[in-house]
Design a protein around this ligand. Structure first.
Ligand SMILES: [Fe+2]
Length: 382
């Protein structure tokens, strides 16, 4: 391990520390995840000298198994790239099962590191190929809900793997449907109805043998009231892992933008789970998801009562009053950097939730959630 002096830009007041910090003598001052509340506190500490311990580059290359701090967005982007490569292969890859499980494990770690930031990516929309991002967002919902249901990290891997690979047999069609305005053709309808079975066949050819993984995929479009496909199974005949994949699948699809319809606001999609889809989706799981996402899910744009436009960054303890970061001031001008607001305080109460188009602004997720881009720090985290 190498002791390195921490620079001002590596720590953002009000955000969890991405590493433990020490004084010049090596005494631990604050552990990873602690929060320095203000700029004043930070500057006072920095004047005394703050340090952290990092693996040297050579050591990290020698010891790839050693856990290192991972910024969630960088990890998630690596997972997008990795999954895209794996699902895009036209020939059976015998290493696919192990590679998918590794991606799931990385996703769990990123989510554990910062759940709100990872869940924020679901509402944030798609800046990568839709079928790939959608599969990963569904896996994030699986991880979040199953954790609350008491599933252990290793147990959660198979449902997450199922979420990542559920549509492996129709990636191209799914990509096309994302922007297709015309109604489904007869051929497309058949392909959709058959895709759970064909996905399982493709995965078996790649060496997937895990029953839970495969069975979850077979049932990922079955609905509790029997209106799903391919078999119209009902209630208890649908396994828990499939129910959670269905929930994530429906939620992610509903809030995504399409060329033929506007995205449904996350709050409306979640409400719809009880009003219109109450008979189809597992209600216990729906409640858990809503509890984790809050009334204003991370990644949502909101207008505050003082006229500012903000992005929800953290659910917090009170679902009605999440933490937000303002990106546009009350005068309509973009702020030079996001300003954290307490929505329980009168001037910053949430007036309404906005679509991304209504907000009309591009934002920097690293800044919003208090992370510096690793390349900007000249540090490469694995
Ligand atoms: Fe599917």
């Amino acid at each position: 391990m190498v002791k390195q002096r921490i620079k001002h830009e590596e720590i953002i007041p009000g955000r969890p520390l991405p590493f433990s910090i020490y004084d010049d003598d090596g005494n631990l001052l604050l552990t990873e995840g602690s929060v320095i509340e203000s700029d004043f506190q930070l500057n006072t500490l920095l004047e005394r000298g703050l340090y952290c311990y990092r693996l040297s580059r050579a050591r990290r290359e020698e010891s790839p198994q050693t856990p290192v701090i991972s910024y969630p967005f960088e990890t998630i982007d690596e997972i997008y790239t990795g999954l895209n490569l794996l699902l895009g292969r036209s020939i059976a890859d015998p290493k696919l099962p192990a590679k998918i499980l590794k991606l799931c494990s990385k996703l769990q770690d990123a989510c554990e590191h910062d759940t709100d930031a990872c869940l924020g990516m679901i509402a944030f929309g798609h800046y990568y190929k839709y079928p790939i991002m959608h599969s990963i967002h569904t896996a994030l919902v699986c991880k979040t809900v199953l954790k609350r249901l008491g599933w252990l990290p290793e147990q959660r891997l198979m449902p997450m793997a199922a979420a990542m690979t559920m549509n492996i047999s129709m990636i191209e069609l799914q990509d096309k449907l994302y922007s297709q305005r015309a109604p489904l053709s007869g051929k497309q309808k058949v392909e959709i109805l058959d895709h759970p079975g064909r996905s399982v066949e493709m995965l078996e050819k790649c060496g997937v043998r895990d029953e839970l993984w495969l069975h979850t995929i077979i049932q990922h479009h079955e609905l509790l009231d029997g209106s799903g496909y391919p078999s119209g199974q009902k209630e208890d005949s649908i396994v828990q892992s499939s129910r959670v994949v269905t929930l994530g699948d429906v939620y992610g699809a509903r809030i995504s933008n399409r060329s033929y319809r506007k995205p449904i606001l996350p709050t409306d999609a979640l409400r719809d789970f009880f009003v219109n889809k109450g008979q189809c989706l597992d209600q216990t799981m729906s409640k858990i998801l809503i509890k984790n996402l809050g009334l204003f899910p991370p990644g949502s744009f909101v207008e505050l009562s003082n006229g500012e436009i903000a992005v929800v960054t953290r659910v917090g303890k009170d679902a009605r009053h999440p933490e937000v970061a303002s990106v546009v001031g009350a005068n309509g001008k973009r702020l030079s950097k996001p300003a954290v607001r307490n929505t329980a305080a009168a001037p910053f109460e949430i007036k309404k939730i906005l679509t991304k188009n209504e907000a009309g602004i591009e934002v920097n997720r690293y800044q919003l959630w208090g992370y510096m881009r690793p390349e900007a720090l000249s540090i490469r985290f694995d």
